[in-house]
Design a protein around this ligand. Structure first.
Ligand SMILES: *Cc1c(COP(=O)(O)O)cnc(C)c1O
Length: 359
């Protein structure tokens, strides 16, 4: 039975995007960021497609454990580290690498069972003011960590960029300068750049780049799409036409009836809605592809359905015809603009009800 709504994941595109990333950062290793169910693409399937990545990065312990349970033993970094001794024990058993950003995490490592040894990434807060140690606290944390038996030496060095998608701002240069100042005389591997950072700041590529969005073929820079960089979209979100009707001028569509036919209208109803993660903020006119041809939304997005104005399409839609919401032929970056969202949000936001399948 074909699912009504599906997200098909193109594993060839994933591998292509990884190879493009490697060309841009030829001197760096790649930590492929696959947190949040690989940005909605399916954690384990994406990890399998990207088995040639040098490491994976996830946000939380359970995400890493899902990889191990699937038999994936690639080096895996926990981007937020661990928060209690139970997680630390799980991380030791699974051989995860830990980002360390609080004193409490250093104390957990101090109390770690004898014989455990972690590769750690000490995080500098270079200006994002989210996670990490600042200034002299960073040097103190570095000294404290380096003295622990549970820590593999040397301690590795990590920071995160807040504004790399706006390269015209001075913020990134300031962050890079702070990172350089704090780490200049320290040994250890360095990792700084997310997708936007590696695209716009080649001096941020360091030993390890941490691309997320680029892997999925999507541009982190507003106003551009992945194809502008030679990337291929990985996820195509698809549904099908489940009803077709003709409306007279003035007839309304959907909840609230705020959309009215301004001309005799052929309306197709497709089975997808905010219950699938298709954003309700998408207004009338937002593009979809019906049989590969562009058409616009009519009426508001319901939980399970949308209306599409298909008047005058070259190919007369019929029941069961495919409707693409984003992906191949319809960049998610464009839909994000219509939804007043960012593409990250749309990709991560597809719901459990959507059948994710790899090809
Ligand atoms: C999510 C994340 C990334 C990846 O970000 P993209 O913008 O998707 O490339 C890299 N580093 C850290 C610390 C992250 O949390």
């Amino acid at each position: 039975m074909t699912p009504l709504v599906s997200a098909s994941i193109d594993s060839g595109a994933l591998r292509h995007n990884l190879s493009v990333i490697r060309q841009w950062a030829p001197n760096s290793r790649v930590m492929a960021v696959i947190k949040a169910n690989a940005y909605g693409h399916g954690l384990v399937a994406v990890a399998r497609a990207l088995e040639s990545a040098d490491a994976f990065a996830v946000a939380r312990v359970d995400e890493g454990l899902t990889l191990r349970a699937a038999g994936i033993d690639t080096a895996t970094v926990l981007l937020e580290g661990v928060f209690d001794s139970e997680q630390l024990d799980a991380a030791a058993a699974a051989d995860f690498e830990l980002v360390v950003h609080t004193h409490e995490q250093i104390e957990l490592l101090r109390a770690a069972a004898a014989g455990t040894r972690f590769k750690v990434w000490l995080k500098l807060d270079s200006g994002m003011n989210r996670l990490g140690f600042k200034g002299s606290a960073f040097a103190d944390a570095h000294a404290a960590l380096s003295a622990l038996g549970s820590v593999q030496l040397p301690v590795n060095l990590f920071t995160h960029l807040a504004c790399a998608d706006e390269p015209e701002l001075p913020a990134t240069a300031e962050q890079l300068a702070r990172f350089d100042e704090a780490t200049r005389f320290l040994p250890g591997e360095r990792s700084i750049a997310n997708s936007a950072g590696m695209l716009s700041f080649s001096d941020a590529q360091a030993d390890w780049v941490r691309p997320g969005l680029l892997l999925y073929g999507v541009s982190p820079i507003a106003g551009a799409i992945g194809a502008d960089y030679g990337l291929k979209p990985v996820m195509t979100l698809r549904s099908h036409v489940i009803a077709i009707k003709d409306l007279a001028v003035g007839e309304q569509v959907g909840y609230g009836g705020r959309w009215r036919a301004a001309r005799p209208t052929r309306l197709a109803v497709a089975a997808v809605g905010y219950g699938d993660g298709y954003p309700r903020s998408l207004g009338a006119g937002a593009p979809v592809l019906v049989n590969g041809e562009r058409a616009g939304l009519a009426g508001s997005v319901s939980m399970d359905m949308i209306g599409i104005d298909v008047t005058g399409l070259k190919r007369e839609p019929k029941l069961g015809d495919p409707v693409v919401l984003w992906g191949e032929g319809l960049p998610v970056e464009e839909i994000a603009v219509w939804a007043e969202a960012i593409p990250y949000e749309l990709l991560c936001g597809i719901s459990q009800r959507v059948a994710v399948s790899q090809r």
